[in-house]
Design a protein around this ligand. Sequence first.
Ligand SMILES: [Zn+2]
Length: 203
Amino acid sequence: MKIGFMPAAEPISRLIEELGKLPGIGPKSAARLAYYLLRTPETEARALAEAIIAVKERTVLCSSCQTITDSDPCAICTSDERDHSIICVVKEPLDILALERTGRYKGVYHVLHGVLSPMDGIGPEDLKIRDLTRRIESGSVEEVILATNPNLEGEATAMYIQRLLTPLGLKVTRLARGLPVGGDLEYADEVTLTHALESRQAM
Ligand SMILES: [Zn+2]
């Protein structure tokens, strides 16, 4: 890769290339970050590199809720202070952070790691849906809140899971409207999210 008319030294162009693969980072930002890191003290640069490696090497999926954790089962699944009879189903681990920020939800979670998307070839078997039904069948779950995003794929996924769960005879609810349509849960503010959670409706 060339920076202006001067080719960058190989380690720098390599770093620029890697940074450019991150979401939201274009070639210019990648170059700016690379040169920033070049000027950073070695201890800081090393801390960043080690944090990146640790996130890959020292995390696993929680065998119960499928979130990313450094201890299996995760802190929420093992907590006595959580209501294990309510499971909130989300698309990705980041959604848990958003719901936890409200401080209002005391149940547990289940992470699907995606949503149904026939266009992208993502079917039910690509998501952690079977893990969810298995979990419900072996536990004492009373309510499942479907908290997938309020967009086409999120709605389709919620409908699919609802149909799957109805015969199991438990309460299935969906977050109330009011979340920005087409928006992601992770970007919703706490007040909106709290409202959506407290006004959830039976499907
Ligand atoms: Zn867990």
